[in-house]
Write a protein that binds this ligand. Structure first.
Ligand code: PDD
Length: 286
């Protein structure tokens, strides 16, 4: 099926959508993105994603595109046009295409490039992997120092994913100075003695929208939460491990570097958080 996608003010069939070879994201990874999930044809945590997008743009001094205030409408139109019931909307905004290559930023009046497309993923909420958990390896975190900005510099996370696949696993947890920062494309957690432990927010990790929601729901459900860095050794000794992201929601992790967590079985905290998250975010979806 040919999707309808959005490029700089136009809704087009995907095979007619084009961006310039001089686009700053193509030449310099000079762009930011968001992934918003869709359940029951509605957008999950849209306001959180829109706010983080505004922050990413501002941190990189990328001008706000003309359609910024219409982004909800654009998301909704694409979801409707493409008949997405469960899936994701991918959005990317770049510093635009100044017409040549130059390390210096282009003039401020260069139009940012805005691209959105949908990904249809039936069964996203009922993902069978959430019932059995996934396996991860640990790798060194060699990414740049502003991981709080959601940029399209995804080569290392992509390589990390391939390293995990090669090792017969599903994902990689990144480690810096002995402590886990986050997963290739998610925030990471362990559970010990009923307490949920996750790295505190800083420039070292992406401030996950799902993380914020899940921690809020956990506190509301009287679960204890501690925001601090943890090591792979500590994770191996934990009762449970899991990760969160807009595309996976809450996903249990049952093995790290070959060591079984919680006897290699999914525990009780991660599934409960997944259930609460799905229920509450469905209610608040727009
Ligand atoms: N990734 N950390 C990193 C490095 C991420 O790339 C992501 C999201 C997260 C979780 O953030 P959120 O809960 O806001 O999705 C944490 C998206 C899903 C992706 O790249 O596809």
């Amino acid at each position: 099926m040919t999707r309808t996608v959005y490029v700089n003010g136009e809704y087009l069939p995907e095979n007619e959508a084009k961006v310039s070879i001089f686009d700053r994201a193509f030449l310099m990874a000079d762009g930011v993105y968001e992934v918003t999930s869709v359940l029951d044809g509605k957008l999950i945590d849209f306001a959180g994603h829109a706010n983080r997008l505004a922050r990413s743009l501002s941190e990189l001094d990328i001008p706000t595109p003309p359609e910024f205030d219409d982004l909800l409408e654009i998301h909704r139109k694409l979801v409707a046009e493409n008949g997405v019931n469960e899936g994701m909307v991918y959005l990317q905004i770049t510093r635009g295409a100044p017409g040549d290559r130059d390390f210096a930023f282009p003039p401020k009046d260069t139009r940012p490039t805005v691209v959105l497309f949908t990904q249809n993923k039936p069964g996203l909420a009922d993902n069978p992997q959430a019932k059995v958990g996934i396996k991860v390896i640990s790798i060194e975190d060699i990414r740049w120092g502003r991981r709080d900005i959601k940029t399209v510099q995804l080569l290392y996370p992509s390589m990390g994913k391939m390293m995990a696949k090669k090792a017969g696993c599903d994902d990689a947890w990144l480690v810096e100075d002995g402590f886990v920062t986050e997963g290739t494309s998610n925030n990471t957690y362990i559970v010990k003695g009923g307490k949920i432990i996750t790295r505190n927010l800083s420039n070292d990790i992406l401030h996950g929208i799902t993380r914020a929601a899940v921690l809020k729901f956990a506190k509301e459900a009287q679960m204890e939460v501690e925001e601090r860095p943890f090591t792979i050794e500590e994770a191996k000794q934990a009762d449970e491990a899991f990760f969160t992201s807009a595309s996976a929601f809450v996903m249990p992790v049952v093995e790290i570097d070959g060591a079984a967590i919680g006897g290699g079985k999914v525990g009780s905290v991660a599934p409960r958080l997944r259930e609460i998250y799905l229920e509450e975010s469905r209610k608040a979806a727009v």
